[in-house]
Design a protein around this ligand. Structure first.
Ligand SMILES: C[S@@+](CC[C@H](N)C(=O)[O-])C[C@H]1O[C@@H](n2cnc3c(N)ncnc32)[C@H](O)[C@@H]1O
Length: 228
């Protein structure tokens, strides 16, 4: 998979790049790059934003600047690019990221992620250059770098070999293996701590009963039921 993240702050991704699953995904052939809009701005003094028409607080990322950055990278009109490559504009009001969408993105050969800053994107960027408008939640962060990391983290850990154990991303909260429900609880040693016992079934070694218990716990969590 190829992932290009467009940002004004490529340095923000230093910690993310060092995470084990990201390192693994890259070692197994994923290409992950960060591209600074500012490097190709057609405006003087590295300008990338401007004041909003109609007035109001903050600055808006310019459409000509984003077009120049996309053209420099892909050598083609971004209006056409989005027809055969997922170009994701990160916006608080976009489609909410969930496990099904992460699975869908993980099957793509290439992703482009556009991080906004300040007041956000000129709307023409979203309407004409992006194939998707995506939100990581109904709240507002200062910039698209953390949302971009959230998207890349969730997608890359789904790639074969990214996690140490191939089973890890299969049966997790919201996965189809758990019928979209939150995951069941986990316990480890000691089996008893301050009088809090681990459920007996998990110590039984009886795989079918453990499986049934876990699925029941998962369903109960989805329905907001509490189980003994
Ligand atoms: C301060 S925000 C802009 C908020 C915008 N004025 C609004 O009210 O929707 C700057 C940038 O951060 C990113 N961002 C902030 N919160 C986000 C979220 N919940 N999901 C996705 N991107 C987000 C977007 O790229 C956005 O353009």
């Amino acid at each position: 998979m190829e992932v290009d993240v467009f940002t004004l702050f490529p340095d923000a991704f230093g910690w993310f790049e060092r995470q084990r699953h990201v390192v693994n995904a890259v070692a197994l052939g994923t290409r992950l790059e960060y591209l600074n809009y500012r490097n190709h701005t057609p405006l003087s003094a590295g300008q990338v934003d401007d004041t909003p028409f109609g007035g109001g607080a903050g600055m808006v990322l310019r459409v000509d600047v984003v077009e120049a950055a996309l053209r420099a990278r892909y050598g083609r009109d971004p209006v056409e690019l989005r027809g055969d490559r997922r170009v994701i504009a990160l916006t608080p009001g976009g489609r909410l990221l969930d496990d099904a969408l992460v699975d869908e993105l993980a099957r793509e050969p290439a992703l482009t992620v556009l991080s906004g800053r300040y007041e956000g994107f000129d709307q023409r960027i979203v309407e004409h250059f992006a194939s998707d408008e995506l939100s990581i939640g109904r709240y507002v962060l200062a910039g698209g770098e953390i949302p971009a990391m959230v998207v890349c983290d969730a997608v890359l850990r789904k790639l074969p070999g990214a996690l140490g154990d191939e089973r890890s991303p299969v049966e997790e909260s919201f996965s189809s293996a758990l019928e979209g429900a939150p995951e069941y609880p986990h316990y480890t040693r000691p089996a008893e701590y301050r009088g809090w016992r681990v459920p007996e079934v998990l110590l039984s070694g009886h795989h079918a009963r453990i499986r049934a218990w876990r699925l029941e716990q998962s369903r109960a969590r989805a329905e907001g039921r509490s189980l003994p």
